[in-house]
Design a binder for this molecule. Structure first.
Ligand code: HEM
Length: 430
């Protein structure tokens, strides 16, 4: 175990930011939180890339990297480009929120996405074992059963329905809760505690909203600690039990606090982006009737269709890094401590990688060249899980409701810099 184990908390406040690198173009007004960008980021992202592949955003105080090659290079050089900032609030926390988090028993630590090497590799080794194909596949009966139950309830209420509330939000949360080992009886409470985390770290909430979310985070952390303590006494076939056993067998290589913190982090990692992915999938497929009909007639087309959604209309359109040393980015000299905003939205529409990239095509041969799951040592541990789960949900939806279609509607997107899926999705069927 490393000596700084307990020093780095789960969320850090951002310190002083270095000024824009010398000679680097500075964009005064663009922000991923601008209304036009939230509504449709792609055209704007492509134009930004054409203007300046790397530029500094004055609104964000981040260097924005828009091209795939440079994003790939940054992801794969984890020593120069640290991931310690990926869970941190983009904007300062209010005094009220800081007070809420200052309670002495709120002490989760960075363990996965925001933990540096070599500790990250040590912890990931154990966590990866819990993400075995076998364990993921044991979820299939549950996902099928709950998909059918939620569709039954939605159909009983009648067409049209609001899909996010009826299916898209509840099921991914429930699935990751079963994977971790949380009891079904706690689902409703857990969904409330975990629902608004994207606003906290990736949005621009008011001070009062930050404080409310912070209070939920404290409640959820206390729950996780109590849950791990109880699991220790009553093991099951779930990730939490496996991590506790790994800790007992290797107490110096995986600490008890690390086990608690992995559980704490996974509920968000495993929920938000999958909700967006199933909604974005329907948003892409339903208006393109020929492609939806092909999926309904041949479920073997689903895996590549999901890759194409992750490229064309990804549930995660950016991620962050921070420079650990003085270096160069996009040809500019950049000091240590510079925040880097990796813009997937522009990279996913590059014409030198994909033919006709603005077209959605479930048969695209290199659809999976996207970087929605990141790359390198922190590559998403739940990528297989997310695709498996979304594939099953889509299969059941296509089988039960082949006449599903979008109702005419305007889509709203929750203001944040990274996660993207419609807040509501109104669907009808015959
Ligand atoms: C569509 C769904 C998802 C997307 C788009 C997504 C995306 C990402 C991205 C971009 C990263 C950061 C990668 C990097 O820094 O290089 C990440 C990390 C991670 N994701 Fe996901 N994710 C999804 C679903 C899931 C699910 C379902 C789980 C768990 C059940 C999960 C667990 C994790 C974990 C544990 C990490 C940290 C890995 C590490 O640092 O070693 N994700 N994900």
């Amino acid at each position: 175990m490393s000596s700084d184990d307990h020093k780095r908390g789960y969320h850090q406040e951002r310190g002083e930011t270095p000024p824009p690198p010398s000679g680097c173009p500075v964009h005064q007004t663009w922000s991923p939180l601008n209304d036009d960008y939230l509504a449709d980021p792609y055209e704007i992202a492509i134009q930004l890339q054409a203007d300046h592949p790397t530029f500094y955003s004055q609104q964000l105080n981040y260097l924005v990297v828009t091209e795939m090659d440079e994003i790939d290079r940054i992801f794969t050089d984890h020593e120069t480009f640290a991931s310690v900032n990926v869970q941190d609030p983009v904007f300062p926390l209010s005094a009220e929120a800081q007070d809420v988090l200052a309670v002495p028993d709120y002490n989760p630590i960075a363990v996965m996405s925001n933990r540096p090497e070599p500790d990250h590799g040590r912890i990931r080794h154990f966590t990866r074992q819990g993400f075995s194909n076998r364990r993921i596949q044991t979820l299939e009966p549950y996902i099928r059963r709950r998909s059918n139950e939620l569709i039954d309830t939605m159909m009983e209420a009648g067409s049209p329905a609001e899909f996010v509330e009826a299916f898209g939000f509840p099921l991914p949360g429930e699935t990751v809760f079963r994977f971790i080992g949380f009891p079904e009886t706690d689902d409703d409470q857990l969904k409330v505690w975990c629902a608004e985390r994207k606003g906290f770290s990736w949005g621009n909430p008011t001070g009062a909203e930050q404080a409310r979310i912070a209070a939920d985070m404290v409640s959820y952390w206390r729950y996780c600690r109590e849950f791990v303590a109880q699991k220790r006494e009553h093991r099951g076939d779930d990730l939490a039990s496996e991590l506790i056993t790994a800790h007992e067998n290797h107490p110096d290589d995986l600490t008890y606090r690390e086990v608690e913190s992995i559980i704490y982090g996974l509920s968000f990692a495993g929920h938000e982006a999958v909700t967006a992915l199933i909604c974005n999938t329907l948003q892409c497929l339903l208006p393109r009737r020929d492609q939806w009909d092909q999926i309904c007639n041949d479920p073997s087309l689903i895996p590549n269709a999901i890759e194409e959604v992750l490229r064309f209309n990804s549930s995660q359109i950016s991620w962050r890094r921070i420079t650990a040393t003085d270096t160069t980015v996009g040809g500019f000299d950049v000091p240590a401590g510079t925040g880097i905003f990796l813009n997937f939205a522009s990279a996913h529409r590059q014409t030198d990688i994909w033919d006709d990239p603005d077209k959605f095509d479930i048969h695209r041969p290199n659809a999976n060249r996207h970087i929605a799951f990141g790359k390198g040592v922190h590559f998403c541990l739940g990528a297989k899980f997310a695709k498996f789960e979304t594939g099953l949900m889509l299969e059941v939806l296509a089988e039960r409701l082949p006449s599903l279609r979008l109702v005419e509607q305007a889509f709203d997107y929750f203001p944040n810099i990274t996660f993207r899926g419609p807040e509501q999705l109104h669907l009808a069927w015959d």
